[in-house]
Design a protein around this ligand. Structure first.
Ligand SMILES: Cc1ncc(COP(=O)(O)O)c(C=O)c1O
Length: 395
């Protein structure tokens, strides 16, 4: 039914890497020849480049986005029994790191338009907590999902009001901007709270050749603590005043990411153009009774990258049947995420009931991510949209 010309994978990294192959191989060869696989000079160079890119004084390279979140919570000295408010509609790591430290994830529902933590839902959840539970809450962890920042201003106000830290899970949003009062260019994801956490998992807009992550902060003391925590809490080596982990970013990953970083804005731009093309193609189909398109809510605020479309996620009626239909037609899709975190089996002990966070539960039934990567062709996009139209209209 499909031919190679009409096959559309969810992500094609080969077309991104092919033009950079010589440069990347040279960078890898340099590391191989240097033998400095652990904390080689590329790690610091990459940290400085990310700090500049985000507009923040400190960036600390770590082993993954998950470890970025874990190290950030450890740097806060989050203790067993304490609480962290976070989104229930995210990748597992967001909540997993909280629970791994013996702390309690306090799940909050999402804004149905953006899939991001809803500030009014934070207030609502806060009001349901008993005074002794409130006093245990240490932080809010918003997730900038799919490449668009959560609504940070009210959240930061709330955090200040209640003495909470804010740790941004910016794993999917390196380079996304948030409109900031008094600043024409806005602020970058990951630099608005005390710490920002990034992932360089291969499918991110800036992806490595394996796992990698970064924590950003404006706080010199936190930066120093993170640097110590990523080497088992040792300073100097073999002298441990804190218990950390092996959270280092590999030199090889830093070397590859340094080659890719200068191209990131162009890739963001291509993803944005692809999103605009999907929007136009879908507008011409009149499928609005069946599907809902993603919304970039900061678009008219003079930002360069109000949404970087790490994922282009639609809501679709008969979602699972649609996915099956698209699969047969050679179109790759993914569901981020089929089960909200409060309904994961491992969090049963937290006692959330079905229906307790309804927007997230509904989103889990309806969302599907379409191919959006840089390099996707207009013909491929048209094939995706035509296929979706045929599914609903039976044309
Ligand atoms: C929202 C979110 N948080 C955390 C992570 C964890 O990052 P990593 O896979 O690099 O550990 C990811 C990425 O997979 C993510 O999408």
């Amino acid at each position: 039914m499909t031919s190679n010309s009409t096959k559309v994978t969810l992500l094609d990294l080969a077309c991104q890497h092919q033009p950079l192959e010589t440069e990347i191989m040279d960078a890898i060869t340099r590391v191989v020849r240097s033998g400095k696989f652990i904390m080689g000079p590329e790690v610091q160079t990459f940290e400085e480049a990310i700090a500049r890119y985000c507009g923040v004084p400190y960036a600390i390279g770590v082993s993954s986005g998950t470890d970025a979140l874990l190290a950030a919570l450890m740097a806060l000295n989050l203790k067993p029994g304490e609480g962290v408010i976070t989104s229930t509609f995210s990748f597992f790591a967001t909540a997993g790191v909280i629970a791994r430290l013996g702390a309690r994830p306090i799940f909050v529902d999402i804004d149905p338009q953006t899939f991001n933590l809803a500030p009014e839902a934070i207030r609502h959840t806060w009001d349901t907590l008993r005074p002794e539970e409130r006093s245990q809450v240490r932080a809010i962890m918003p997730v900038h999902l799919f490449g668009q920042c959560a609504e940070m201003a009210p959240m930061l106000d709330f955090a200040v009001q209640h003495g909470l830290a804010v740790i941004e899970d910016a794993a999917q949003s390196l380079g996304a901007e948030y409109p900031w009062a008094g600043e024409s260019g806005g602020r970058n994801a990951g630099v608005m709270g005390q710490m920002g956490c990034f992932s360089f998992f291969p499918s991110k807009n800036l992806g490595g050749f394996g796992d990698g992550g970064m924590v950003t902060t404006s706080d010199a003391a936190l930066a120093e603590r993170l640097r110590v925590l990523r080497v088992h809490g040792a300073k100097p080596r073999y002298y441990h005043h804190a218990i950390g982990g092996n959270f280092r970013l590999d030199t090889l990953q830093a070397a590859v990411l340094l080659v890719k970083l200068p191209h990131l804005d162009r890739w963001h731009q291509e993803r944005r153009e692809n999103a605009a093309r999907y929007n136009a193609l879908f507008a011409a189909t009149s499928l609005e009774e069946f599907i809902t398109l993603p919304v970039s809510i900061y678009e008219d605020r003079r930002l360069r990258f109000p949404h970087i479309y790490n994922q282009y996620v639609i809501r679709a009626q008969q979602r699972d049947a649609l996915i099956e239909y698209l699969t047969i037609r050679g179109i790759g899709t993914a569901v981020y995420y089929p089960v909200p975190l409060h309904q994961q089996a491992c969090f049963t002990y937290l006692g959330y009931q079905k229906g307790s966070l309804p927007e997230s539960e509904r989103a889990a039934q309806e969302v599907v991510a379409l191919p959006i990567y840089p390099g996707l062709t207009p013909a491929q996009q048209k094939y995706v949209v035509d296929s979706i139209e045929q599914f609903y209209r039976g044309a």
